[in-house]
Design a protein around this ligand. Structure first.
Ligand code: BV8
Length: 232
């Protein structure tokens, strides 16, 4: 059985990473949609750099939770048939043991050079305009997909959604596209669909099954159930 798993901020909530909804989508009085855009970066680069520099620095203060660890257990047991795509830009899936994590909205641990186009591993601040290791231009920006930009690897994601038997959405509000449309795309290609979320999302009614509660409890229970079925 081929599985596609989509995660959102809710899978990292119990690790202490604020979700977009927790802060009512606000940061320093700005709506996230107003900060996470190319226009905002052109208009107020310092504010946008601070938004990401603070979140990048905060990564060292949080740890993976049982949901991240359970997903890595599923991948280990079923490597080739689990495709994990996340909307999150934190590194908790990797630190929880997951491999081949597809960050469709980019990553805090990466910087994108507007001079040469290189994606470079980056763990410190960008607000002081450090030079690109490749071309030395001081044109590094956060390597995240902003509103109005095209998510990474859409062809790969669509191919995985077309071939999967089960699509599982974990900890996302279903508020942002194209991720919010994956459930319908997967269902249209014959997949069964399951939502694991704290409470109803904007897409709950689109799923065959929905379980509501904290990911730290729901995800390990679901992985145990699935692995028991397989070893049946
Ligand atoms: C694109 C990276 C074209 C940066 C992010 C009008 C209609 C439809 C679409 C649009 C429209 N106008 C504009 C658009 C397009 C736009 C969009 O969807 N806008 C929205 C506002 C309507 N989308 C785009 O611009 C995208 N690009 O469309 O390009 C294209 C597309 C395809 C092919 C060709 C061309 C790019 C969007 C990417 C923006 N970048 N993040 C950063 O992180 O700063 S978005 C960001 O918010 C996340 O990545 C995520 O995608 C999104 C929503 O976040 P969630 O992860 O769902 O978190 P949220 O807080 O919302 O919800 C948390 C959930 O967890 C809740 O349900 C809660 O109940 C649950 N939860 C909480 N605690 C727990 C829990 N669950 C379990 N356990 C818990 N403990």
């Amino acid at each position: 059985m081929r599985i596609v798993i989509l995660t959102g901020a809710g899978v990292s909530a119990e690790s202490g990473v604020p979700t977009f909804r927790d802060a009512d989508g606000l940061w320093e009085g700005h709506h996230v949609e107003d900060v996470a855009t190319p226009e905002a970066f052109e208009r107020q680069p310092g504010v946008v750099h601070r938004f990401y520099d603070e979140r990048r620095a905060a990564l060292s203060l949080v740890d993976p939770n049982p949901a991240h660890v359970a997903l890595s257990r599923l991948q280990a047991a079923w490597a080739d048939d689990v495709f994990l795509v996340t909307q999150n830009i934190d590194d908790l899936h990797e630190r929880g043991g997951s491999v081949h994590v597809h960050h469709m909205h980019g990553e805090l641990r990466s910087a994108l050079c507007r001079g040469c186009g290189d994606h470079v591993r980056w763990l410190t601040d960008l607000a002081d305009y450090p030079p690109c290791p490749g071309c030395h231009a001081t044109e590094l920006r956060p390597d995240v997909v902003w509103f109005g930009e095209i998510p990474y690897g859409m062809d790969l994601i669509q191919m995985q959604l077309q071939r999967c038997d089960l699509f599982v959405s974990i900890g996302t509000s279903g508020a942002v596209y194209p991720a919010a449309g994956f459930v319908q795309f997967a269902a249209a290609h014959g997949a069964r669909t399951l939502e694991l979320n704290l409470d109803r999302s904007e897409g709950t009614s689109l799923f065959d099954e929905a379980r509501h509660g904290p990911a730290g409890r729901l995800v390990p229970a679901w992985v145990d159930e699935l692995l028991a079925d397989i070893s049946g």
